[in-house]
Design a binder for this molecule. Structure first.
Ligand SMILES: Cc1cc2nc3c(=O)[nH]c(=O)nc-3n(C[C@H](O)[C@H](O)[C@H](O)COP(=O)(O)OP(=O)(O)OC[C@H]3O[C@@H](n4cnc5c(N)ncnc54)[C@H](O)[C@@H]3O)c2cc1C
Length: 272
């Protein structure tokens, strides 16, 4: 922190470098000083925290995807990180870098949003805990102010909760930057057959990764049946998603895919 203060903003943090170095090579970014944060020891651990989890920001995404603790407590997160880039990328790319880079298509974001994670930011003024939903402020933008993202806190989730992650890419390969991604975490009340706690998060269909609040609201307290699934999927596509057209897909294709993937995820969760 004192180094960041001393260099007065003229410093950029280097974690795995899979976004930063590419941008520097392309000439999109120039930095006076790079500070490598990978070997700061307390950024490198995965720890249980009550029934939740604390992830050091410099842990690479493949290590998290393969962690037995993460697989056991938060299989949704394992599932999402298992398809974040190739093996080589996953071995370099850190979870903190994936969030701080703030791509709307970042693969870790929808799962962490659905799990209601928070991020710890540390700077010269002290530290603060920010819900991930308030962390992103636009494409490539966050609320970081000369701060280091040090930890990601994932709170405990109900035992009966189940999650599903879908990533739609141009080739269906893990290396794809997604056209649309969907993470759904739900705790359906199996005895009464109603939706009690449903969290739907979407990637690559808005300026930031988002929660699909309209779709979630429509499900709460409703019967688990085809009609409610269809209504929620339509709301996610029409009211929550605000996609643009770009080289990976048109806005209308993205909306159509949100509808299909949200419905598919909800159906899968209701079958269990
Ligand atoms: C070939 C290729 C394939 C890819 N495929 C995918 C994919 O499938 N899915 C996906 O989501 N991404 C993908 N990416 C993007 C990239 O790998 C990820 O976003 C990665 O997680 C970034 O982490 P990093 O450690 O490499 O970050 P870096 O490149 O080191 O840093 C990225 C940015 O975050 C800042 N930063 C890093 N750590 C911190 C911190 N702790 N606190 C504050 N700021 C910080 C840096 O200063 C920089 O601005 C791909 C990239 C490449 C090159």
């Amino acid at each position: 922190m004192s180094l960041m203060e001393k260099l007065d903003g003229g410093v950029s943090l280097l974690a795995g470098g899979t976004d930063l170095l590419v941008a520097m090579k392309d000439g999109r970014l120039r930095h006076r000083t790079l500070v490598d944060i990978k070997h700061i020891s307390n950024l490198g651990a995965i720890r249980p925290e009550d029934a939740g989890l604390c992830l050091g920001a410099a842990v690479n995404t493949r290590t998290i995807a393969r962690s037995p603790l993460v697989k056991e407590r938060f299989p949704l997160l394992s599932q999402a990180l298992a398809v974040l880039g190739s093996m080589q990328i996953g071995n370099r790319a850190t979870i903190g870098g994936n969030l701080a880079n703030a791509s709307p298509a970042a693969d870790s974001a929808p799962a962490l949003l659905a799990l209601e994670a928070s991020v710890k930011l540390v700077g010269p003024q002290g530290e603060r805990l920010v819900p991930l939903e308030n962390f992103f402020s636009g494409p490539g933008k966050t609320v970081l102010e000369r701060e280091l993202l040090t930890e990601i806190h994932v709170p405990s989730a109900p035992d009966q909760g189940r999650g599903v992650f879908y990533k739609l890419g141009p080739r269906g390969a893990p290396e794809d930057i997604c056209i649309v991604s969907v993470a759904v975490f739900a705790v359906p009340d199996a005895s009464k057959r109603i939706w009690t706690d449903v969290r739907i998060a979407l990637g690559a269909v808005a300026p930031t990764p988002i929660r699909a609040r309209n779709a979630e609201k429509a499900l709460l307290g409703q019967l688990i049946e085809g009609r409610t699934v269809e209504d929620a999927a339509r709301l996610a596509a029409e009211k929550d998603a605000r996609p643009i057209s770009d080289i990976r897909g048109s806005a209308s294709y993205r909306r159509a895919m949100v509808k299909i993937l949200v419905a598919r995820a909800l159906e899968q969760l209701s079958e269990r």
